[in-house]
Design a protein around this ligand. Structure first.
Ligand code: CTP
Ligand code: CA
Length: 226
């Protein structure tokens, strides 16, 4: 354990982290999901716990080991994540939404396995899911810090800054899929930390190092707002 090596600078701070993908069923055997491994969110949860925070991790389905000293809540669908996060949001000092949440779910879930038809194609009808982070932004407590993640293939800073404003966030960790060593499955990341005041591009870091840099900036923001 690395506990000795870190300052307990988040001692007693209540931090909720979401991680991993969501899954939305199409029928009893199939679902819609994405490539999120959950590694970034788990690294943040572990790093916050090492620094003394009281951490809740709301996790979509991942292959990762549950972090020690973290209260982990498993969810599958966007609806379940929405419930798990919003029911705990009021008591949190910091909420970090690293999960890759589906924007759409199938309009209906078939009771039986969808069989191949005679035709060449199949059209799926999808419905928008609820935006968890937008809801948190609307119901933000005074002093609470809300951190979103943003995944973009172009106009990273501009599009991420729009999300910061639209969802009433304090900070966005923006992920460029174009950078070498960034994105899905890998253990490294290239993040740009965007606040209302400024933006900082972090170098290529392990997800653990990136997690600590993000928490450093969040601790600073808490200081500035206090
Ligand atoms: N998010 C959420 N609930 C959703 C969709 C996204 O809480 N239904 C959160 C994600 O966890 C992330 C942030 O919103 O922290 C940004 O997600 P992203 O997919 O980058 O942006 P969107 O606002 O969904 O816009 P788009 O996918 O169109 O870029
Ligand atoms: Ca999205």
């Amino acid at each position: 354990d690395h506990a000795i090596a870190y300052d307990k600078d988040l001692s007693g701070v209540r931090v909720l982290v979401t991680a991993g993908p969501t899954q939305e069923s199409l029928d009893p055997v199939r679902y819609l999901t994405n490539h999120s491994s959950g590694k970034m969110g788990y690294a943040i949860a572990r790093a916050a716990a090492w620094r003394g925070a009281e951490v809740t991790l709301v996790s979509g389905p991942t292959a990762l080991k549950k972090p020690a000293y973290v209260d982990t809540v498993d969810v599958v669908t966007v609806r379940e994540m929405f419930g798990a996060v919003t029911s705990r949001a009021g008591e949190q000092d910091v909420i970090i939404k690293a999960a890759a949440v589906a924007d759409y779910r199938p309009a209906q879930v078939a009771d039986g396995k969808i069989k191949k038809g005679a035709g060449e194609g199949l059209t799926l009808e999808l419905r928008r899911t609820d935006d968890i982070l937008a809801y948190l932004g609307e119901h933000k407590r005074p002093g609470q810090i809300l951190c979103g993640f943003s995944m973009e293939t172009e106009n990273l800073v501009e599009n991420s800054r729009k999300k910061l404003i639209r969802k009433n966030l304090d900070i966005v960790a923006a992920n460029s899929l174009k950078e070498e060593g960034a994105g899905f499955g890998v253990s490294t990341n290239v993040l740009t930390l965007i606040t209302r005041e400024d933006e900082t591009q972090l170098p290529l870091l392990t997800k653990e190092e990136a997690a600590h840099r993000l928490l450093d900036r969040i601790a600073e923001l808490r200081g500035e707002r206090a």
